[in-house]
Write a protein that binds this ligand. Sequence first.
Ligand code: DC
Length: 215
Amino acid sequence: MIVAIDGPAASGKGTLARRLAERLGLPHLDTGLLYRATARMLMDHGQNLADVRAAVAAARGLSLTDFNAKILRGRDMGEAASIVAAIPEVRQALIDLQRDFATRPGGAVLDGRDIGTVICPQAQVKIFVTATPETRASRRALELKGQGETVDYLAILEEIRRRDARDASRATAPLRAAADSVELDTTDLDIEAAFNRALAIVQAQMQSAPHSLSN
Ligand code: DC
């Protein structure tokens, strides 16, 4: 069974995907890390984020095993990742890695922006996680505060809006809900409630199409 979880920045899709994967006993790939790692590699080598050739080489050279998720999930990396993710050649370079992960025997959970639309249009379960920009900014601010950072709520809100706009307006694989996805609006839900809804969506799908879940 392939479970595709898409949605905008800080919607909670990563946490939901991780917890669903744990519950279902499936491997999980946070595909945002691929774009973050590509951007990081360029930055570490003093290269421009808009340098297509360098960005493609960086994307092709990625290895899932040597990710430092803590550094990659840092606040500045989200913006950088969004910039390299708008380069069609970079997206192309990362397709096989994602599809290979998704099509392992038994299945997988992947989260990102284009999993249900481009990477795994055949996914048996597709969830599009949303929340208002204000809610997402508040959650992000709280998370950063918890890590000891000084936070500026309005700057975070602005960052989230800018990233949404870039991710949704790019020509290749823009952020959007697949036509056959189920929307999960987490604006008024805490993580426990959101997880229960997500699990219910998966279970409903398992009941309605049990034969399509064996791969
Ligand atoms: O999910 P995230 O915040 O870690 O993603 C960082 C950026 O990477 C996001 O702003 C857009 C890009 N991204 C993408 O274009 N496609 C994906 N499947 C995942 C992330």
